[in-house]
Design a protein around this ligand. Structure first.
Ligand SMILES: Cc1cc2ncn([C@H]3O[C@H](COP(=O)(O)O)[C@@H](O)[C@H]3O)c2cc1C
Ligand SMILES: O=C(O)c1cccnc1
Length: 352
């Protein structure tokens, strides 16, 4: 396990930041969650004048052995095919990243198939997909460590380019099953509460997914330590995301968290280093059933709720303009004093 040193946010500027927010030309608290976001960005960056620099999105892709058990609506080869789609710029995450000026990098964390002809792919392939966790652990402990380290290295590399805000996306047919197991085992919530339709299973297919995952939970009944849970049920893209999230927080970046799968990767990171949570902005609440409860477990308040159930980082790319608005608010909105606007009247003394 790479060694991560994640500092809880230094609160010494908190009062000054709050004062700056409270003296802006608006009723006290009137920008709601945007004010909390501004406070968080300022604390993460330790400044009264924060700035978002060189935003990046990392999309980690990998295949899952569990996909062979009929737990997804789509065949496994879609993972490889979607990576090609990312490379040609035609996927939803390409469109939204372009729109927001977010640099996008596609990572082969463990896709079945070769990308040697595509140098734009960041090659961090651990293996050609995981094993089916219905029968055996998805990966070995050594592979899990390797994946965490590879993700961490990439986040460090991106930080070194001057980026201070990093989004995390994923692609991997079957990965809502992996995320469900991580959530179930690490939160203790019942499996049914963590389970959802992923790419769009119908009722019968959902019942089959539930049966497969129930059997897998029984096969690995005693696994409980976060890294063991990750190796047993996770995916190479999930483990690389976990490592990248920890390294990004260590580097003092803001982390943009997407939907169910990205939040499951974060859950592992939080169980290892709880302070990582202070650096996270939650882009949205996914339509995937377990996501609401998972966000609740993390005490996280998402920015958007659009009924998205896609992944790829789309929910955090769509929320990025709100983060930018929070920063602009703190830097550009006039204060009562600078604009010559009168502040709230003191409450009159009661006549009775
Ligand atoms: C064309 C296509 C594009 C996607 N982009 C993200 N996902 C999403 O769906 C998958 C998870 O759902 P499940 O566990 O049901 O397989 C992941 O690849 C996730 O990123 C996609 C899925 C498909 C089919
Ligand atoms: O919330 C997500 O990330 C999600 C939901 C369904 C399918 N793929 C991803």
């Amino acid at each position: 396990m790479p060694d991560f040193h994640i500092q809880p946010l230094n609160q010494s500027l908190a009062a000054a930041i709050q004062h700056k927010i409270d003296t802006k030309t608006k009723p006290l608290g009137a920008l709601g969650q945007l004010e909390q976001l501004a406070r968080q960005v300022a604390l993460v960056q330790q400044t009264l004048t924060p700035a978002l620099q060189h935003p990046h999105m990392l999309v980690f892709a990998a295949d899952h052995g569990i996909a062979q058990e009929g737990v997804s609506k789509y065949p496994q080869e879609v993972t490889y095919q979607m990576v090609l789609n990312f490379l040609s710029g035609g996927a939803a995450i390409n469109v939204f990243s372009r729109q927001q000026g977010i640099a996008l990098r596609i990572v082969d964390a463990g896709v079945k198939g070769s990308f040697t002809e595509f140098p734009a792919v960041v090659d961090q392939k651990i293996a050609e997909g995981t094993c089916s966790f219905l029968r055996e652990p998805a990966m070995s402990s050594a592979q899990c460590e390797q994946a965490l380290a590879a993700g961490a290295r990439l986040a460090q590399e991106v930080a070194a380019t001057g980026c201070n805000v990093l989004g995390f996306g994923e692609m991997g047919i079957g990965n809502t099953s992996a995320a469900t197991m991580l959530m179930h085992r690490l939160t203790g919530l019942p499996l049914e509460a963590c389970l959802g339709r992923g790419t769009g299973l119908d009722d019968d297919q959902l019942a089959h997914k539930a049966a497969v995952l129930t059997a897998a939970a029984a096969t690995h009944a005693t696994v409980s330590a976060p890294l063991d849970v990750l190796a047993t049920f996770g995916g190479f893209e999930i483990a690389q995301m976990t490592g990248a999230m920890l390294a990004a927080a260590e580097a003092g970046m803001l982390l943009l968290i997407d939907g169910f799968i990205a939040t499951a990767a974060l859950l592992v990171a939080v169980k290892l280093h709880p302070a990582v949570l202070e650096y996270c902005v939650f882009g949205h609440q996914s339509e995937e059933t377990g996501h609401r409860l998972l966000l609740g477990h993390l005490n996280a308040r998402p920015l958007l709720s659009l009924g998205l159930r896609l992944g790829e980082g789309t929910g955090c790319a769509l929320a990025y303009p709100l983060l930018q608005a929070a920063v602009n608010f703190l830097n550009e909105v006039a204060s009562f004093e600078s604009a010559g606007v009168s502040q709230a009247e003191p409450q009159p003394a009661s006549a009775v």
